[in-house]
Every structure is written in structure tokens, then in C-alpha cells.
Design a protein around this ligand. Structure first.
Ligand SMILES: [Zn+2]
Length: 101
């Protein structure tokens, strides 16, 4: 499996170049329609990004830095900093407790 690790990046680069070639072919065939489509994507992408971020926020990272299990809990209830791991006992007095409650 490790031997084929680079293959993913080779395939991604080939896919990127294929998309670029496809876009160039489309642009050469229909320049104004492609330019308008690209402008529409550029205008709508930030709005779509905003709504996606607001409606689907990132998952809360409760992974312990020592044992990597999702078991971080606040040291003291309501305190803004200080966490401990419920699995291995790891304690970090300066780690933020944001979203852990
Ligand atoms: Zn832990």
C-alpha cells in the first residue's frame, strides 16, 4: 500500500490537467458563455461557501493529543481553558475548552 501512495497524487495531477484542458477547449469553442459561467461561479462561490459553513460547521475536535482518542472534557465546568482526557488522564491546563461542553 505504501508503494502506491504517490499514485493518488499522480492521478490527481492528471485529473487537474484534464479539467484544465477541458476548460480551455470549452473556452476556445464558446468564449463568452465560458467567461460568463466562470464569472457566475466566482460570484456565487463565496455565497455558497458562507451558507455551507453556516449550515454545516466543522466537527468538534475532541481528540486527545496524547492517545488520539476523542475523549477530551473540560477540567472544570464552565471554565474557558483547561482540559483532561477521560481515557488516559492527560491534562492540559492551557487548552481551550471551546465547544467541548
Ligand atoms: Zn488521552
Amino acid at each position: 500500500m505504501e508503494r502506491f501512495f504517490f499514485l493518488k497524487y499522480v492521478l490527481l495531477q492528471l485529473l487537474f490537467f484534464a479539467l484544465l484542458a477541458g476548460f480551455l477547449a470549452l473556452f476556445l469553442r464558446y468564449p463568452w458563455a465560458t467567461a460568463k459561467g466562470l464569472l457566475g461561479i466566482l460570484l456565487l462561490a463565496p455565497i455558497a461557501w458562507f451558507f455551507l459553513s453556516a449550515l454545516h460547521p466543522a466537527p468538534i475536535d475532541k481528540r486527545c493529543p496524547k492517545c488520539s482518542r476523542p475523549a477530551l472534557v473540560p477540567l472544570r465546568k464552565g471554565a474557558p481553558i483547561g482540559v483532561r482526557c477521560a481515557e488516559c488522564g492527560f491534562v492540559d491546563e492551557e487548552h481551550s475548552t471551546a465547544y467541548l461542553d
